[in-house]
Design a protein around this ligand. Sequence first.
Ligand code: ZN
Length: 139
Amino acid sequence: MATLKCPKCNSVDAVRNGIVNQRQRFRCKKCNYNFTVGKVGKGISTYYVIKALQLYIEGVSFREIERLLGISHVSVMNWVKKYQIKIPENNTYHPTYKILNHRELVEFYSDRKNTEGAGMIVTELGDKFMLIKWERFKE
Ligand SMILES: [Zn+2]
């Protein structure tokens, strides 16, 4: 992203900040200005395709993915078809997720209780992090 210039202050330090009206939105880290570049339309950046499919595999519903990533559930369904993603039957794990900034993420991990009895992954999401956690249902 180093070549992207903020239209307001010309800083080249911008991070992805969701998709608005099918356009990739960026946020300037220097002045916090939000701007969009180009029309992603049919070709939503691979970054979001992979994030969406990761979430799908983790059992997050299409509607939730739409809410989290700002990508229409129809697009996500199309990618699932296109890449022939199949998820295994899963009745014992239930994924929950949190959106955290870096400081919150560090705090979360510093409490040992949060890391017990569950598996989790952290994935970057724009300028924040998404933590997906699986807790096993007791039968
Ligand atoms: Zn700026």
